[in-house]
Structures are given as C-alpha cells and as structure tokens.
Design a protein around this ligand. Structure first.
Ligand code: NAP
Length: 484
C-alpha cells in the first residue's frame, strides 16, 4: 500500500531551543522525514533559535549530526539531506534579553505560515511570548507550540495559560502531548467511530474493565533533578495516561473537529471520581546488581517521589459506571510496553459446559513497541476430542499491514508539527482540558503528600510493587503481563 502524502503550505517554523535535546532527537529528525516524504514545500524555512553562538553552517553541521544519530542510514540520501539542511537558518537569541530578536524578525516572511515551537523550559514561555509581540514578530495568525510540562499543579497551569493568553488567542496555542500524535491513538478513534462493530459494546454492559499501561525500562537517567520534583503522576499520568483514558471513554463527537473532540474529552475528565488513597499504589525502584536505585539516581536519599504509579479510576457517567479503568506507569520495569487493554465481560452463558473452557475477548491497542491492535477471539481448538475453546489473536501490526516502508506510520512529533502547519488543533490539548486534568490530580497528590508515606519499593526488571498486583487481585482481576 502506498502512502498518500498531502503537502502542507509553505511555512516559517522557528524552534526556540533549536539546539536542545528534544529538537535534536525528535523535532528536527521528524521534520526531515516529512521533507523526505515530500510533504514539506522547499520554500519553507526552519529557524533554530538558542543562546549558543553558532553560524548557520555550524548549526547545519549540528543538525546533520543529529540526523545521522536518529535517522536510519538507508533514509539519509544525500540529496534529501542537503535539501533539508538548506532550509535551516540559525539565530543566536536570548529569550530573556534583547539579543537576536531583530535578526529573528528579518527571517519572517509575511506570506508564509508562521509558527514558533517553544522547545525550552516553561519559565521561558512568558518572556518569549512577550518579545514576539514587542518586536512585532507575532500577529493574530501566528501559531505557537508549547511543550510539557504544562504546569506542576492547577495554579501554575492557570498562570501559564494566563501568560500565554495575554499574547495569543486559544486558537493560536498548540499544547503538545505527543501521545496524541501516535498512529495507534488516532486509530483508536477510527476503530471506535469508523466501525459499527465496537461502539455498541463500548460501555459498562459489555466491558468488564480497561487497563492502560505505560511501562518503561529506563530509569530517570540524566533528568533526575526534574523528575524528582515531578514523579510519575505529574510526568505521565496527568497528561499521557489521562489523554488515553479520555479517548477511550469519551462519547462520539458530532464531527472530527478540534473543539468537538476536545469538548468530549473535557466531559470525561469532569466525570472522574476522586481516587481513594487505598485505590492507588506508588512505587520507587530499588537497586539491583549494577542498576542503581531511584534514590541514587536522583541523589536524594529522602526522596518520596514515585517512579511507579498504579491506580483505579472510575468514570461516573451512564456509559462507564461500574467499569473501572486501571492505570499503571513506571520506570525500570520489565519491558518497554505501552498498551490499552479493553477486557470484555464473559459470555452470559456457556453452552459448551465449563470443561470446554472460557475466554474473555480482549482488545489490545499497542502504542509501543510495534504499534497495532490485537483482538482475542474464542474459537474451537482444532481436531477431534470434542468442543474445547481456545483464545486466538486477530492481529494487526500496522507496519506489517501497511508495509514497513509506508510513510503513513509516522512518528508522533512529525505528525503533530504538520498539524500545526495545517492549523488543525484536534490532537492538541486545550487550556481548559489541562486545567481540568490538574484539578483532578491535585487533591490526589495533596492527599499522599499530607500523609508523607514512602512509596513501596520494587525491583528493577519487575512489574512494579506487589501492592499494585493486589489492587486488581482483590477485585478478582489481574494486570496483563508486562513482557519483552
Ligand atoms: P534542553 O536540552 O535543556 O534544551 C534547552 C534549549 O533551550 C537549548 O537549545 C538551549 O540552548 C535553549 N535555551 C536555554 N535558555 C535559553 C534562553 N535564555 N534563550 C534562548 N534559548 C535558551 O531541553 P530539552 O530536553 O530539549 O527540552 C525542551 C522543552 O521540551 C522543555 O520544556 C522540556 O520539558 C520539554 N520536553 C522535553 C522532552 C525531551 O525528551 N527532551 C520531552 C518532553 C518535553 P542554549 O543553551 O544554547 O541557549
């Protein structure tokens, strides 16, 4: 199957933090892939902006090195690389001072779409927004992209929203949650709202429970300082896992349009019950062999920050009352695995007798690795010997189904940046959504902070603390295995 690439209109994209880790690893390689796929007009321009004193050639060399590191060799044809590098400009700028702003203004061509990616610390969002206006660089048609973390609680998120709102209208602000750019996540909507098969069953009458797992094998790495102030709840649950929950739980929007989709997601967040302390488990990884402990990684022996979090979440509305959502995420777990599992109820009556066995239908939506979906269906075990039932997967791995070369299987960042250029906000979080998510998470965090408990220890390479398994066991359910 050959992908259909629809080119976007020519644009000027400025990346504040154009020399930073995110730009090198994700944004610039993603833009290269879109250029190579023919989606990016050659009159477009990408301006790297950071404090470092670099010439344009030095910046191009740096970006070239990043491409070599993050793009496979067979996709680095010299004409594509040269063409892409020729779109790059560089401005040495100080987000909090005067340096570089008039030069940046010279790079803006009035007849192109103008977007600014704030790939810098959130403390710089305000100063950058202010200067873009002061220097007459931004106007009512400008788009800005902001990165997580979007605040660390409701108060800080509100302040950040207010700061941006002083300079930009909500329709100009693209708050990135890269989980929403994943192919599978959008396929979740296609699955639900493009087929008649699932939606009639998508409710508490037929669904026993839903599990959302985002497991990582890495520790906190070089981000120890940031992570220790944040923890799994702020770093993963408040944004990524809640966004996934919203897409699974929301009512069908009347149209696939930004505000129609975001209104429905917001209603889900507002329908979430408070989480009881006994229905959440926080964990912290210990040392094992040569693998250092969390406390060692963050250089804070007294840290009570969680590197693992599991919780039961109830969505109080007609569709989901009685069907719990179990959320789980953590670092240094057994495997890197992100998936949503929709576990359907048992068939109401087994006509084959108990000895034939019983299996539940489970729809698994894999975000990584190998994006795709699997539906477990029950069939008869082949051969003689009576009616015995087995569970077989109907498997659809996107790379297999669509062809590994297919450029439709794009990385989340490149898809989202192209959406910014297209002016489509559907896959970006609206300000009120972010605030509602913090309004739900704040009391949960405050509740455990007031009790000052240490998180439960768990071994690297495990599935998290024992207590997390208990969360489901006591309701006669169990987590799906985290496996290689
Ligand atoms: P980083 O590696 O520390 O890069 C920060 C960038 O900002 C550098 O290019 C730096 O360049 C520039 N910068 C710093 N102070 C500046 C100033 N006063 N004026 C102009 N430029 C300035 O950070 P990052 O990891 O790329 O993260 C960027 C943002 O994305 C952060 O908000 C982070 O939370 C978010 N994020 C990152 C990741 C990730 O995987 N890295 C994932 C999700 C979200 P100079 O030092 O040359 O000025």
């Amino acid at each position: 199957m050959v992908s259909r690439v629809i080119p976007v209109d020519p644009f000027d994209l400025t990346i504040f933090g154009g020399t930073g880790d995110l730009a090198r690893r994700k944004i610039l390689p993603g833009l290269y892939r879109r250029f190579r796929a023919g989606q990016m007009p050659e009159t477009s321009q990408i301006v790297g902006a950071a404090r470092s004193d670099l010439t344009e050639d030095q910046y191009r060399d740096e970006v070239h090195e990043a491409l070599k590191e993050f793009i496979s060799k067979d996709k680095l044809e010299s004409n594509a690389v040269d063409g892409f590098l020729s779109l790059l400009r560089y401005v040495s700028i100080d987000a909090t001072g005067d340096k570089g702003w008039s030069e940046l203004k010279e790079h803006q061509r009035g007849d192109h779409i103008s977007a600014f990616y704030f790939s810098v610390a959130p403390s710089l969002f305000g100063p950058i927004a202010e200067r873009l206006h002061e220097h007459g660089i931004a106007d009512a048609s400008t788009r800005i992209v902001v990165e997580k973390p979007f605040g660390r609680d409701l108060e800080t998120a509100r302040k950040l929203n207010q700061t941006l709102a002083q300079h930009f209208d909500e329709t100009q602000i693209y708050r990135i949650d890269h989980y929403l750019g994943k192919e599978t996540v959008q396929n979740l909507m296609a699955l639900r709202f493009g087929n008649v098969l699932f939606e009639p069953l998508w409710n508490s009458q037929y669904v026993d429970h839903i599990q959302i797992t985002v497991a990582e094998t890495v520790g906190v790495g070089g981000r120890g300082g940031y992570y220790d102030r944040s923890g799994a709840m702020r770093d993963m649950v408040q944004n990524h896992l809640m966004q996934l929950l919203c897409l699974i739980a929301m009512e069908p929007p009347s149209q696939f349009e930004p505000d129609a989709v975001r209104d429905e997601k917001l209603k889900v967040i507002r329908a979430l019950d408070p989480v009881k302390p006994e229905e959440l488990v926080r964990g912290q990884y210990t040392a094992k062999g040569k693998t250092p402990s969390y406390l060692h990684d963050v250089e804070n022996e007294d840290s009570r920050t969680e590197s693992f979090m599991a919780m039961k979440v109830n969505v109080s509305n007609w569709r989901w009352a009685g069907t719990p959502f179990y959320l789980r995420t953590g670092k240094r777990l057994r495997a890197r695995q992100s998936e949503i599992a929709v576990v359907f109820k048992d068939a109401p009556h087994s006509i084959f007798g108990e000895e034939a066995g019983r299996h539940r239908n489970i729809l698994t939506i894999r975000l990584q690795p190998n994006e795709g979906m699997t539906l477990g269906v029950t069939i008869k075990e082949p051969g003689p010997g009576g009616m015995r039932l087995i569970d077989v997967p109907l498997d659809m791995t996107f790379a297999d189904a669509l062809g590994a070369e297919n450029d439709n299987v794009t990385d989340a960042y490149e898809r989202l940046v192209m959406d910014v250029i297209r002016g489509n906000q559907t896959l970006f979080m609206r300000g009120d959504e972010v605030e509602a998510a913090w309004a739900w998470t704040d009391p949960i965090i405050e509740s455990w902070e007031s009790r000052d408990r240490r998180p439960y220890p768990y071994e690297p390479g495990s599935s998290g603390p024992e207590e997390s398994a208990m969360l489901l066991h006591r309701e006669e359910r169990r987590w799906r295995e985290i496996r290689e």
